[in-house]
Write a protein that binds this ligand. Structure first.
Ligand code: UD1
Ligand code: CA
Length: 468
């Protein structure tokens, strides 16, 4: 028989994130959920997952460092509720109960369990939509410290027993509670209101809702996470470091799968978003921050830091370069030891070499600044050669001024361009020039003390005697 019932809108998902705990073992002034993982707060990872589940509402329970946490997420569409004092995970969800709807499916996530994937949570939501309580469990070789999942002979979940309250036999159970669960809103509200704190820690355990569900005749589905690493929590710096490696390995694997060559996937860090074209090569020890785009065939040498930048096809960044807020065209050569700062725009085939810094400047097609230069607040045309040691003196102590260098200019080594100043097309500046006025097009401009040689001059000697 075909199903002729009118389609029903699925129950909305309301996510509650527990983030009130202190995180004492982090030894930090910063609330635990604000500690960075892959460059973003732990809580941001959890909220992203909630967004991927199309959560209609995201509720964050804050306590320790509540002001800091709220300030860090002021822009996000979140409902914060304060848990003060912190009397346990069940007490925390009780504080959030005013914010979730009876007809919603409520998913409880933990601010310090950042790696769980949306797909892993789907079975819990399905269970809750069917009126059951959905739990996420995981099998651990060493389950100590965790709440154990107690099942009956038929495999039905009976209850969760906290490590501190567990018997010897219960402690042998390797299936543990991740803490993550989903339930119909109305029931969850009732259960958290009924929790008691008669246990070893004198806390209101969220886990006790399992026994309450059973008493109500509600089915409990524990879905076992396929990968234990998704359910890892952060309690101390060592765990944070371990999770960082897991995230970075995931990032590396995603790039490898997309066709990027990584010299060593274990020495590769993305703290943001890295988009690569075809046949990109990345050597060891590189860090990518913000949004970085690498065109086809880009090569990034060892130990480079690239932040919020884009590199055109065929561009090479040699070792130990730092590129921040720059846009580079195709076939550019950058480094080794180059520094591109925000506002840098390089056209195709530009070369910026060792110990050259560029800031808030554009360099036209095929221009070169290969050695030891500072190019700041400058507009440089095409085919310009900037000699070694050239400095744009862009700052008078109070204001920044622009230097404009037209096409085909040749700047000799050790030149200072005192801005504001303009160098006309095809001009040549002699080495050592301190340019304080505009240089006309096509001419040689040089400011340099005339060279003299003194015949018969004697070099002074120690003791005041003169030679010979
Ligand atoms: C909890 C579970 C345990 C599970 C383990 C998985 C309970 C009673 N126990 O134990 O079964 O194996 O997680 O890691 O739920 N929090 C608040 N307010 C509070 C207390 C905690 O917001 O009053 C937050 C914490 O910030 C943290 C999370 O809840 O993000 C978990 O709290 P935690 O004290 O670490 O719980 P566990 O004892 O580890
Ligand atoms: Ca914990």
């Amino acid at each position: 028989m075909p199903d002729t019932r009118p389609p029903q809108a699925p129950a909305p998902v309301h996510v509650v994130v527990l983030a009130a705990g202190k995180g004492t073992r982090m030894q930090s002034a910063r609330p635990k959920v604000l500690q960075p993982l892959a460059g973003r707060a732990l809580l941001a990872h959890v909220l992203d997952t909630a967004a991927r589940l199309d959560a209609q509402r995201r509720i964050v329970v804050v306590g320790h460092g509540a002001g800091q946490v709220q300030a860090a997420f002021a822009d996000a569409a979140l409902h914060f509720c304060l848990q003060q004092p912190q009397l346990g995970t069940g007490h925390a969800v009780r504080q959030a109960a005013a914010w979730f709807d009876d007809d919603a499916v409520v998913l409880v996530l933990y601010g310090d369990v950042p790696l769980v994937r949306a797909a892993t949570l789907q079975p819990l939501l399905d269970a809750a939509r069917a009126g059951a309580l959905g739990l996420l469990s995981v099998e651990l070789d060493d389950p100590s410290g965790y709440g154990r999942i107690v099942r009956d002979a038929a495999g039905q979940v009976q209850r969760i027993v906290e490590h501190k309250d567990a018997s010897g036999a219960e402690r042998a159970i390797r299936e543990v509670n991740t803490g993550i669960l989903a339930a119909p809103g109305a029931q969850l509200r009732r259960w958290v209101a009924a929790l008691r704190d008669d246990n070893a820690q004198r806390e209101y355990y969220l886990t006790d809702v399992v026994a309450l569900a059973r008493a109500d005749g509600v089915a409990v589905h524990a879905s076992v996470a396929a990968r234990a690493d998704e359910t890892l929590g952060v309690n101390d710096r060592a765990q944070l470091a371990a999770l960082e490696r897991i995230v970075q390995r995931r990032n590396a694997d995603a790039q490898l799968a997309a066709g990027v060559t990584l010299a060593d996937p274990a020495r590769f860090d993305v703290r943001g978003e890295l988009r690569c074209g075809r046949d990109v090569f990345i050597d060891v020890g590189c860090v990518f921050e913000g949004v970085v785009e690498l065109g086809d065939g880009v090569v990034v040498g060892a130990h480079c830091v690239l932040r919020d930048c884009s590199l055109g096809a065929g561009t090479r960044v040699e070792a130990f370069s730092h590129v921040d807020g720059a846009r580079c065209g195709d076939d550019a050569r950058i480094g080794p030891y180059a520094r591109l700062r925000p506002g840098t725009e390089l056209a195709d085939a530009v070369h910026v070499g060792n110990f050259t810094e560029v800031k808030n400047s554009t360099l036209g097609h095929a221009s070169k600044a290969n050695h030891l230069s500072y190019v700041g607040d400058a507009t440089v045309g095409a085919r310009v050669n900037i000699g070694a040691g050239t400095i744009t003196c862009n700052y008078d102590g109070a204001h920044k001024h622009r230097t404009v260098i037209d096409d085909d200019v040749f700047i000799g080594s050790d030149t200072q361009l005192v801005a504001p100043v303009h160098v006309g097309a095809g001009a040549t500046l002699g080495a050592g020039t301190t340019l304080t006025r505009d240089a006309p097009a096509q001419q040689l401009t040089v400011s340099r003390a005339r060279q003299v040689s003194l015949a018969g001059w004697k070099r002074p000697r120690k003791g005041g005697q003169q030679e010979g």
